[in-house]
Design a protein around this ligand. Structure first.
Ligand code: TGC
Ligand code: FAD
Length: 390
């Protein structure tokens, strides 16, 4: 059985360059070989397949759009998007591993750290020797990260870091954390915290029904001495972390299409095999309505992502445009997963098919990196000029 078909109703492949197709197909093959045979079991056990980190590095999934001299792949934004699409076709949690490492850890270090820090961390992150995590969200400050209370105080050659972060992808297995905290002037600063620094711990969060193959934890800082060299020298304010989120949200806008395609592919096959009332269920008009709407919405999402990618390649994709694509495409994928689940009948709730796992994962994807409603309010702000957050 040949799972993981591409779906390309509008010949969008013709809009892509050879390098894009080569990168995409290599990741598709890797996912087929390394992820799909094991992912249901890991998700059922709520275990992170840690052995995949090295493989992700080898296929170039960590920082594909970071320059090669700093440990990235040196590819463009569309190649990055397509790689995320293929990873999320496998599982949103596997895409998360790569999103965090590339866009939320390598990107801020590449963009904001000193040259010495870049040389120290980026090659090891790119080749998977180091795993990173990104600490912005706090227990009491999720959608409003500007309200954070984690803070640093000047102490000679170091800062003393106190506070806690919540819901941090990869934190229990991470060697380093990019952490955002307020300085004594109340300005948000970014820094690299290493796992062995005294006073730093990263306990795991248990009991997730979503993103079960991805490991999530807290970050707890009790008088952690962070050398000043580890603090990003120039960047101040929410602009720092939000610029990283723009990169990750871009990848999610593409990634969600992969999850939707996998659900659609499974539903289409099932509808042709499964017979009721003496004929394949795919012959019933109501099933066709579901399938037709699914492929229509996937195709629209592909075009949105492709256009966003061409804008991003010119440095012209605005944060609000990225918000629109993240919000639309993730919601689209969740709706496709729900319709696909119905087409599979009772079988749809089992791990025989990928659909229920994708659906549960996508509930997280709808919430992290800015919730569905926060992205709507970003669009609302952009089109009216009126800020609903203030
Ligand atoms: P606001 O006043 O609008 O903006 C503050 C400053 O930031 C600038 N800015 C951006 N810069 C770059 N990229 C963006 N996307 C930006 N958005 C805003 C803005 O220009 C301003 O700059 P300056 O220089 O004038 O100060 O800020 P606000 O406090 O009103 O908040 C706006 C809001 C609500 C949209 C923002 O806080 C937000 O996006 N909230 C959602 C939080 C969020 O997305 N958290 C994600 C945490 S990380 C995560 O979920 C990882 S999951 C990883 C995985 O597994 O894949
Ligand atoms: P809240 O902000 O409390 O929101 C609750 C509800 O209120 C939402 O529906 C929201 O839309 C709504 N709401 C809030 N404000 C408004 C408003 N002004 N108007 C209308 N409605 C509003 N964070 C990191 O920093 N790093 C990570 O690696 C990371 N990984 C994650 C992994 C997982 C599995 C999960 C679940 C989350 C992760 N997050 C991470 C955190 C994630 O970004 C937050 O969960 C998200 O930003 C929402 O914050 P919250 O959960 O505190 O919800």
């Amino acid at each position: 059985e040949d799972k993981f078909q591409g779906h390309d109703y509008y010949a969008i492949d013709e809009l892509l360059e050879d390098d894009h197709l080569i990168a995409r197909d290599a990741v598709r093959t890797w996912v087929k070989q390394e992820v799909s045979p094991i992912i249901e079991e890991y998700a059922e056990r709520a275990e992170c397949p840690k052995h995949l980190y090295k493989g992700l590095a080898e296929i170039g999934a960590f920082g594909p759009n970071i320059p090669a001299e700093y440990g990235g792949g040196g590819m463009d934004e569309i190649a990055y998007g397509l790689i995320m699409q293929e990873l999320e076709r496998g599982d949103s949690g596997i895409r998360s591993m790569a999103s965090v490492q590339g866009s939320l850890v390598m990107y801020p270090i590449w963009k904001y750290a000193s040259e010495e820090q870049k040389r120290k961390y980026l090659p090891k992150l790119g080749n998977g020797d180091f795993i990173g995590c990104f600490g912005l969200t706090e227990p009491d400050h999720g959608s409003n990260p500007g309200g954070m209370v984690t803070n640093i105080k000047d102490d000679g050659d170091a800062y003393i870091l106190n506070g806690a972060k919540m819901w941090i992808t990869n934190s229990p297995v991470a060697d380093i954390a990019v952490v955002w905290a307020k300085d004594e002037e109340g300005k948000i600063r970014g820094m690299v915290v290493e796992k062995d620094m005294p006073g730093f711990s990263a306990p795991e969060i248990h009991g997730k029904w979503s993103l079960r193959a991805s490991i999530t934890g807290e970050l707890v800082f009790e008088d952690v001495r962070v050398p000043k060299a580890n603090v990003f020298p120039e960047i101040r304010g929410l602009r720092g972390p939000l610029s990283c989120l723009s990169k990750a949200r871009f990848g999610i806008a593409w990634g969600a299409i992969g999850a939707a395609m996998d659900c659609y592919d499974s539903a289409l096959r099932y509808s042709l095999e499964r017979e009721q009332f003496g004929r394949p269920i795919g012959g019933f008009q109501l099933t066709q309505k579901k399938l037709a709407e699914m492929i229509t919405e996937i195709t629209k999402a592909q075009l949105l992502a492709w256009r966003l990618g061409t804008l991003a390649n010119k440095g012209k994709a605005t944060p609000a445009q990225i918000s629109m694509a993240k919000r639309n495409n993730v919601h689209m994928a969740l709706e496709v997963a729900r319709e696909a689940r119905q087409i599979h009948g009772g079988m749809g709730i089992t791990s025989e098919y990928p659909v229920m796992r994708h659906m549960m994962n996508l509930e997280t994807v709808l919430t992290y990196e800015g919730t569905h409603d926060i992205h709507l309010l970003i669009t609302g702000h952009d089109v009216t000029g009126l800020n609903a957050f203030q």
